[in-house]
Every structure is written in C-alpha cells, then in structure tokens.
Ligand binder design. Sequence first.
Ligand code: GUN
Length: 296
Amino acid sequence: MTEPNIIDGKAFAARLRARIAECVAALQQSHGLTPGLAVILVGEDPASNVYVRNKAKQTVACGMRSVEHRLPHDVLQADLLSLIAELNADGAVHGILVQLPLPGQIDEQAVMDAIDPQKDVDGFHVINAGRLAVGAAALVPCTPLGCLMMLRDRLGDLSGLAAVIVGRSNIVGKPMAALLLAANCTVTMAHSRTRDLPGVCRRADILVAAVGRSEMIRGDWIKPGAAVIDVGINRVPGTEPGKTRLVGDVAFEEAVQVAGAITPVPGGVGPMTIAVLLRNTLIAACRQAGVAEPDL
Ligand code: GUN
C-alpha cells in the first residue's frame, strides 16, 4: 500500500495526460487543430533514446502529432540551426524540443535561443526565462512546473511558506525559484557553496532537491511535516552484482519518516516532466492559433 505521505507522481501524470487528451480532442472538434511536437535527438545516448521514444509514444497517445528528427553525433551546429529554422516555419509544428545534453561542438544556449520562443515548449529560450522572471506569460520549463503542480495539489495555497531549493541550474533550480516566488513563498536558493546546508534545509516547509548527488539530503535535514520534492535521478550500483538502481538526491528511507509529503524516485517527479511537456505543447498550439487556452 502507498504511504499517505508519498506523492504518486505516476498517477498524477496519468490524470494530467487524460485531461490533456480531452482538451486535444475538443480542440480538434472546435478548430480542426492538432497540436504537433517535433523532437530533435543528436547522437545515440541510450538514456536520451529511451526518453525520446517515451515522449513520442505519449504525444501520440494524447492525440497530438509527433515528429522525430535524429541527427548524427558529429552534426555541425549550422545544420542543427537550419533544421530548427525549418521547424520554426512549419505551421503544423507547435512545439520544438532539442534533447539535451548536446555534443561538445554545439553551443546549447545558442541552439535554445534559435527556437521560436512561441514554440519553445522546454521554456529554455532566454525570452521565456526572462518572461518567467518578470511574471509575464511564458512557456515554463516542464520539470519545475510539474513540481509546482504536485505541491499545489498537496498543499493548496503556498502563500507565506518557506521554500528552499537546493541546486541553481537554469533547467530546474532557477525556474523553480521564480515559480515559488510567484506563488508567494519565501524562497531560499541553496547550492554547493551554501554554508550550513543542513541548517538551511531544516527551515524549509517546502524542500526541492535538484543537485544530482545521490541521497545527499538526509532525514535529519528535514523539518518534521515538510513537503519534499526530489528532482534527482541518479543511477547507483544495486544490491546484486552488475545491477543498478535509481535513487534521488534525498535519502528516501530516512526522509519518508519525517516528511509530511515526499516524492519517491522513481515514480515522483520523473513522470510529470513528459506530461507537462504535452501540456506545454497544447498551450503553445492554442496561443499560436489565437484560441483560448485550457486551464491545465
Ligand atoms: N534532457 C533531460 N531532461 C530534459 C528536458 O527536460 N528537456 C530537454 N530538452 N532535454 C532534457
């Protein structure tokens, strides 16, 4: 049986996908519009391959169009940029995602910034990052938005809560801070240079761990009753020789004894990321077509 303080991200994501599928069907009926998502994968990284396959499968399952472009690992940046220019101009494509990480010869931010901001369903374009920072209508990075949705679902109004985010990446930490600030939390950003990290974490009503270090955050770093969102996905050696397992940035077995709510790894934040990507694609399609967007 699932413990009552465990947040089931898999079930939450499935409910979100079901609502997206209903909205997509309604949009098709009312406006003859089918949202389209183009995914570009450079190289053969096995984890990225699995990820991209899952994205395509779930896009189609929600009734949207999925287009996949695979480029060799030694592709020139200019060739990647000209594919993006083609997709920017393609009216059937409403969302463009370039799977990260990219090989070393390519400047990732230059690639992100080449995507039409209206089609930037990852929310990584500097225009969308800026819009989020000033509180304007933006496309918001999928992982932090998924975290916010789960927090709102569990806690309701977040106003006045002390939120501590461990990790300051452009993909998770910074947009998570902007979202929680907009939700009226008192936000602290902690990182590798923070002094007395355990003490800072202990002040949090909401603790978001996004550092990429396996089980770094211990049970006694957590305020009793706090909501803990674990964004980490770290592969570590398993108990049997040659086997591996996934763990988060939080020592789950300790934390689950203390937290009021906690996301497990796997099955917490991970499943939400793709569901929010589909949500962003639907929202992007509505905005491009000038159709009222659903409240998702
Ligand atoms: N690689 C791992 N996560 C992500 C993501 O959310 N977006 C992109 N584009 N690449 C990723």
